[in-house]
Design a protein around this ligand. Structure first.
Ligand SMILES: Nc1nc2c(ncn2[C@@H]2O[C@H](COP(=O)(O)OP(=O)(O)OP(=O)(O)O)[C@@H](O)[C@H]2O)c(=O)[nH]1
Ligand SMILES: [Mg+2]
Ligand SMILES: [Zn+2]
Length: 350
């Protein structure tokens, strides 16, 4: 029992947020699910709260299942888009057909996993559709040498679901992938009776409209302790948060070429058209679609660098360790509010 800032008695407990809806944070605790609001002080501190966060709760009314979140506990890791914390794995779902596989999008997700150091699993769904053999061999040719784990599934016919379950066991896995690839269908197939809303690709009125709109942690079955997060895809995922030269470290084959054969002639080489580029000397070690994705991501990072350099944006920079190299991360966030200003705001509010 604790006394809150307003002098009331409250029971304090810990829990994990599994869904955020409007201003409500749904939290799992040993005493069941609580519908929570966040304490004003956390709002004032601009504390970002993610699905998957472990939090401290204060229950003021002991007859209700409502509480206030008073503290966010330290995260193991997190991804900012969509906002999910404490993740073991990102499952990148693509459809072999309907919609056609989008290698650029797939590489985007993979690079995102590399950046946030979260283990990916490539899941190629809809393998019940006819004529998928050709595309499967193309996929294997590209991704097997890169040592990414992959599975082929059908939410419709149940192919590969046992294998998928093994990857999920005892872990928190986040499903991501373009709209219509079958993320929600896979969860429905893994947990019959759940009936998450799904929609056929042709029913979607607008390209990119997601049937799933929120992130939610779903417990598959208590026995295996597998949790899965359905997401509306990672919307507008762009490489607009790092420097162009850092994109290299997100591509395993580029890192391998440099480790095996040495460095490019120029230390700031972006492996585009520069002379003495070691990456360009070994084209057989990089697939065409991967290199095209690389060029695209570098272009986005360049745009961002330009904005930072000439746009007069106030930025904060920080460092992050990628493949044992320190890379500079530049965020577009404005400078955080000073502590004095923050206290003044709280005083004003009180
Ligand atoms: N043939 C076939 N169709 C599938 C399979 N999995 C899903 N579908 C169909 O694909 C369509 C889209 O599936 P959803 O599960 O809504 O896709 P989603 O990835 O959750 O889409 P968003 O929520 O919009 O991001 C539905 O009509 C499903 O019936 C599969 O393995 N095989
Ligand atoms: Mg969905
Ligand atoms: Zn180079």
């Amino acid at each position: 029992m604790v006394v809150t800032r307003s002098g009331k008695y409250a029971a304090r407990m810990k829990g994990q947020i599994f869904k955020i809806h409007s201003d409500f944070y749904y939290t799992n605790t040993p005493d069941g699910v609580f519908e929570c609001k966040i304490r004003e002080i956390l709002k004032k501190q601009k504390e970002k709260i993610f699905v998957g966060d472990f939090v401290e709760l204060e229950q003021v009314n002991f007859d209700s299942k409502q509480a206030f979140i008073s503290k966010v506990l330290e995260r193991d890791n997190y991804i900012p888009r969509p906002k999910v914390a404490n993740i073991d794995r990102i499952i990148i779902v693509s459809a072999l057909k309907e919609p056609d596989i989008d290698f650029e999008q797939l590489n985007r997700y993979l690079c995102f996993c590399e950046y946030y150091k979260i283990k990916p699993l490539l899941c190629f769904n809809k393998n019940d559709l006819a004529g998928e053999e050709e595309i499967i061999s193309e996929i294997k040719k590209i991704y097997t040498p890169l040592n990414y784990e992959m599975i082929f599934t059908s939410a419709l016919e149940g192919n590969g679901l046992d294998e998928l379950k093994k990857f999920l066991c005892g872990k928190v896995s986040v499903l991501c992938g373009s709209s219509g690839v079958g993320k929600s269908s896979l969860i429905n197939a893994l947990k019959p009776g759940l009936n998450i809303k799904t929609k056929s690709v042709s029913e979607k009125t607008e390209r990119g409209t997601h049937t799933t709109r929120h992130c939610e942690i779903i417990e598959l079955d208590a026995g295996s302790n597998s949790k899965i997060v359905d997401t509306p895809g990672f919307s507008q995922l762009k490489f607009d948060f790092l420097m162009p030269s850092d994109v290299t470290f997100l591509f395993r084959e580029f890192v391998k070429i440099k480790e095996t054969y040495g460095n490019c002639k120029f230390s700031d080489c972006l492996h585009e058209t520069e002379t003495g580029c070691i990456i360009k000397e070994y084209p057989e070690e990089i697939s065409k679609s991967r290199y095209e994705s690389y060029l695209k991501f570098v272009k986005e990072a360049k745009e961002y660098k330009k904005q930072i350099t000439f746009g007069g944006k106030k930025t904060e920079s920080s460092s992050k360790l990628l493949h044992n190299k320190t890379v500079t991360k530049i965020s577009s966030k404005k400078r955080v509010i000073s502590r004095r200003k923050n206290n003044q705001n709280i005083d004003k509010d009180l």
